[in-house]
Design a protein around this ligand. Sequence first.
Ligand SMILES: *[C@@H]1O[C@H](CO)[C@@H](O)[C@H](O)[C@H]1NC(C)=O
Ligand SMILES: *[C@@H]1O[C@H](CO)[C@@H](O)[C@H](O)[C@H]1NC(C)=O
Ligand SMILES: *[C@@H]1O[C@H](CO)[C@@H](O)[C@H](O)[C@H]1NC(C)=O
Ligand SMILES: *[C@@H]1O[C@H](CO)[C@@H](O)[C@H](O)[C@H]1NC(C)=O
Ligand SMILES: *[C@@H]1O[C@H](CO)[C@@H](O)[C@H](O)[C@H]1NC(C)=O
Length: 891
Amino acid sequence: MGSFKNFIFTLTLYLLRGATASLIQLNNNGYENIIIAIDQNLPEDDKLIQHIKDMVSEASNYLYEATEKRFYFKGVSILIPKTWQTKPDYEKPKLETYNNADIFIEVPNPPGNDGPRTQQMGCGEMGERIYLTPDVILGKKLNEYGPPGKILVHEWAHLRWGVFEEYNEAEPFYKLNGKNVPVKCSEAITGTNKVTLCSGGSCSTRSCRTDPKTGKFQTGCVFIPDRIQTEKSSIMFMQSIDSVVEFCRKENHNKDAPNAQNQKCNLRSTWEVIQDSEDYKTSTPMTAAQPPKPSFSLKQIRERILCLVLDKSGSMASGDRLNRLKQASKLFLLQIVEKGSWVGMITFDSAATIQSDLVQIETDAQRNTLITKLPGVASGGTSICSGLRAAFTSIRKKFSTDGAEIVLLTDGEDNTIRTCFDEVRQSGAIIHTVALGPSADKALEELSKMTGGLQTAATDNAQNNGLIDAFSALSSGNGMITQRSIQLESKGATLKDGEWMNGTIIVDSTIGNDTLFLVTWTTKQPQMFVSDPSGKAYTTFSVDTNSKMAHLQIPDTAKVGIWTYNLKSSAQTLTLTVTSRAANPTIPPITVDSKMNKDTSNFPNPMVVYAEVRQGSLPIIGATVTALIESADGTTVTLELLDNGAGADASKNDGVYSRYFTAYKTNGRYSLKVRALGGTNTQRSRPQVNGALYIPGWVENGEVKMNPPRPEFNVNDLQGKQVCFSRTSSGGSFVATNIPSGSIQDVFPPCQITDLKAQMEGDRINLTWTAPGDDYDYGRAQQYIIRISESILDLRDKFDDALQVNTTDLIPEEANSQEFFMFEPKDINLVNGTNIYIAIQAVDKANLKSKLSNIAQVSVFIPPEETPCTGSHIFKIVLKWLGELQLTIPK
Ligand SMILES: *[C@@H]1O[C@H](CO)[C@@H](O)[C@H](O)[C@H]1NC(C)=O
Ligand SMILES: *[C@@H]1O[C@H](CO)[C@@H](O)[C@H](O)[C@H]1NC(C)=O
Ligand SMILES: *[C@@H]1O[C@H](CO)[C@@H](O)[C@H](O)[C@H]1NC(C)=O
Ligand SMILES: *[C@@H]1O[C@H](CO)[C@@H](O)[C@H](O)[C@H]1NC(C)=O
Ligand SMILES: *[C@@H]1O[C@H](CO)[C@@H](O)[C@H](O)[C@H]1NC(C)=O
């Protein structure tokens, strides 16, 4: 692995889950259906399971106390790797999969990196997942992060209520009234400020000094808390302090501290954000001194059981649907479904037929036998429940339906669909839905929602390749990442007679096994040429003229480099799909996962598109990531997604690329596909740290006791390592409602500016931020309003009354450009030590105003005058510079 020796890649899935994939429910103050998954690469350890239980039980009591007896942990499932020895008390998972795990116990990466973290989105939004390592759970990191139960409550608050850190590791101090004060919450937490300086192998810890030029503490200075405190807040600052048992509240919240909580949550305390959550609003406090004890179930991953339930009703005859179904299912059976899985097939119209009971896929012959069972003729009505019931019956001949997956494809309306919802719920099966065409039943997605399955949709516009993408997304939610099928390309075009569809695909070193090129056409087989990076041509396509498709399997591991394809067509629509798998069982492939923030959208609420590009736990930054959003009428909107920490993007350079989507066309289903390309500026990066603070040390009995420095990883190992790759990924579907008919007037304001930064340059203030657009982060705003105040709360609460800065000369740039603005604050007291707060609002053509930006601050610092600054003094300085200049002139 060359210079990557410092990294162990984590091989388990790192998926962005679908908008509704979490199964957690709040039931009478208790959180149920929480899934804690143990990484399949962790060695077997019974102690770990007991410690997970202890952690959750301890956390439940803390949570109960911290939330004023409002919430506790009620029911948790622990997912145990398939490779661990089976025990009698291990059950079979139902809806629980690695994909929808809420808490993931991972192998530390790099070794020794035990920082707990949570992948989260915006303020008040639910996050993706918590990551913890065994050492934290086993209580081996008490000094550094604190007791496991408290760590879990800290991370839970990130995950469930979208609150942020109250510390700031990058800048642990800020200036207030001329003094350097630690970024902390509450202000009443006591401690001391220290810096550790090392030279010649020996280190010593001293009090922090102030830089006379800037008035700031020297770099490396940190806040060391007292071990004994009387203060109870706050869990989002240092949950590790014994006395800390509360979140910061409105009364003791430190709104001046420049930390993520203030910046992203509009200076509100963590408790206020929690009070705003749906959980809080829909619950009332309990009275018991202690919450009930959590219950645990242990579930061990088994082999995949999957049944295709395919609609062959009369409507499937229209627009080539049946044939496209065959093409997509064939790809799924040939390539996507993992070896060792059990697969069965049902077809249905007004009644269902079991085409094949479950067979375990070991050979290509078995795959091909299943393919021969795909429906050939479409006729009859649509009874989705018949299809599902036949699948249950068929599965139950061998297994229970718990945790079995059903892929349900339909294009029709069925007003009896709800009659089997109870059976579905009781079955414990996971249902993935594929809605084909504009009239697939509106209640279809309820099935995937209630069972934690994927929801996808495909239009009749064959050139968008939607159906093939939907089936390509169906790799196992439990499989190892190295076994997952990965899409490298998915495209289509409607061509004239004799026209070519030419293109290239990058095979990077992380993939290449089991590589397959799949071509489909609508009338006549095209001429097909594929060649590898050395120019070697591959022509042995396996052609299925009946289903109008051909595929080419590349033997062994496909050569790394640029592959080309050339397809010469008659007048028709062609599609091309390329998939592959990991090349090395110990190196995870680069993956792209995508999703929308919600699965339903009520106009005019904007949606957010997210795509995550990573290799194992390492984010990939600097990739070109594009979202293609197709509406029910087959038209596609293209958006470039950004990882710039502005607009819709929660944090910069974390490998999650985001953008607002407002370009609604029609009510109904929309589907998302993402294309990612790695090139010259693309790199791997370090995993983001967003979780419990690493405590640098403690003050105990008046003595400072430093913790060992946190293991740092060598970022230099990562830099310059450019990563070239191409990927496509299906992000499922969502439904838009309430879109007015006719032309849509401008209802979308510019998005909130979240990265405003200010700096004093002499007696002027230098501002930087990322430009919002006319509609959220798209287009160009009309003007900016900048106001300043000496009171942070006045600026937030009475922005329109605050002192306005003349911005006549400030013309907004195109969305996502970097903006700079320098001004001299007028009519404000520029005394040494004054804090000035600045906020900005963008206004669009329709006079719609963005939300107020984050509030930036500067502190006026006038350096002490050692000698009066007379003319002769300056003259001396100039002479001194000249002297230095002469000294540096080489002889
Ligand atoms: C596509 O490739 C073929 C074969 O190399 C070539 O003859 C043709 O001109 C190319 N067409 C386009 C549009 O690039
Ligand atoms: C890919 O194929 C090579 C050669 O056949 C094999 O050694 C390797 O283990 C395969 N990789 C995976 C992830 O199975
Ligand atoms: C303003 O700040 C930006 C970002 O820190 C910096 O690049 C720029 O040089 C500054 N402008 C001036 C005039 O100092
Ligand atoms: C704002 O600045 C512009 C251009 O610099 C100037 O013409 C205008 O008079 C200023 N407005 C006020 C109210 O000072
Ligand atoms: C400004 O305040 C700082 C910190 O309070 C102090 O060190 C500095 O001497 C002051 N400057 C002047 C000119 O008094």
